[in-house]
Design a protein around this ligand. Sequence first.
Ligand SMILES: CCC[C@H]1O[C@@H](n2cnc3c(N)ncnc32)[C@H](O)[C@@H]1O
Length: 481
Amino acid sequence: MQLRNKKLDMDTFLSERTEVVASWVTGKDVDFEEGVRYQHSLPESKRFSSVLAAADREGRTLRQPRAGVALVDEHIKLLQFLEDACDLLPSTIDAYTRLNHYEKAAEGIARSTAAGTSLLNGFPAVNHGLKECRRVVESLTKPVQVRHGTPDARLLAEITLAAGFTAYEGGGISYNIPYAKKVPLERSLRHWQYCDRLVGFYEERGVRINREPFGPLSGTLVPPFVSHCVAIIEGLLALEQGCKCITLGYGQAGNLVQDIAAIRSLRELANEYFQAAGFTDYQLSTVFHQWMGGFPENEAMAFSVICSGAAAAALAGATKVIVKTPHEASGVPTKEANKQGLEATTQTLNMVREQIFPMSPTLDQEIELIKREVRCVLAKVFELGEGDVAIGTVRAVAAGVLDVPFAPATCNAGKLLPVRDNVGAVRIFDAGRVPLPDDVLTFHRDRVAERAKAEKREASSQMVVDDIYAISKSRLIGRPR
Ligand SMILES: CCC[C@H]1O[C@@H](n2cnc3c(N)ncnc32)[C@H](O)[C@@H]1O
């Protein structure tokens, strides 16, 4: 396997770049030097890294929606409509572009133009190309990030970074395992080394681009240690390629103490692993994603889920919260619904931001538990990779050591089965082949047994199914009827 966690040299990168920019007609418009000049021309108020740094200094939690539509003018109108209600802007990329099906994206643009409304589920940035993407950036006053789900995001990165987007979400694991079925992990990891090296080249020219691995993964009952392991690995891979501004993320699970423990442990563990790997001059921030699972159709109840996530994000001290909308149960939200999600989040953030969630033995126990679990799994990843975390990742996923619950990728073992305990914290029902110490497994087993006793039923996969639907049915824990 030629994959190595080593910084790509210029020759390797440039020879690959020829193929990347030729992979769709709009690639020919990208000129790296011109992109560097344009990035330097942006005011600090439009640079993700500056806004994130200020928020961390001030202890503020920033608001960011997801948003993306097919046509440029509509996308600009959408983001202009949202920008007064948030701190950071997205451009959510459509599903065809995520699969590099640019010809289908082109058809979608044509059909959307004919229909006078967006018929794509996101913004097809590659098809629109550099100038049109730059027109988006020019039309806004806030920093813009590319949010997508692309295993091969090389051309998308070339175009959007040269166009002035100042943050890029994703990674070789987090945009493969939860998003793709049959993309070999080595391939997506290698493609993302290219993306990270490109960010590293911008960094070497004084342009700081924020990199945000996709935290929530399958977004379905993912235990904190699982998403933390992936986030930390992708942070290490990005740092190796010269990225300096890393935001690590986590998806709300629903038990407040566990969610706060997750964000606080994530920051501490990232610093522990980044510094152990010899990196010191990086900028670290965290992002909390409001509930990523099934939502209630009832919009008032959806707002309640949104606000519970906003409260957790602020109490956890997350640098950023990714905001959901009351249309989550139905699909791509209207701009009005998107803005309402932001406004509800703002109200809760404003009411919570001056409050301190006290340390407690329970919170401390959750933080320590997550740290132990992450350290166990990552030790195995490094061992399997004989010190190389990229190789170790591929082998760990193949061995079921890294295992993302409810993920579609065939390379993912899918043996780890989570379930909520009697207070709604996500625990391990079946560890599969994840190497956790016996006392940790006993802790999880005892917590699950408490619930089984309370519900007068055996712990079972039925409990797991009940939990998956619970929040959309206005519960946290999937209790038997
Ligand atoms: C991992 C991201 C999944 C979530 O990302 C949101 N999402 C996806 N596409 C759009 C879009 N075009 N506009 C606004 N939100 C969008 C939905 O919440 C979805 O559950």
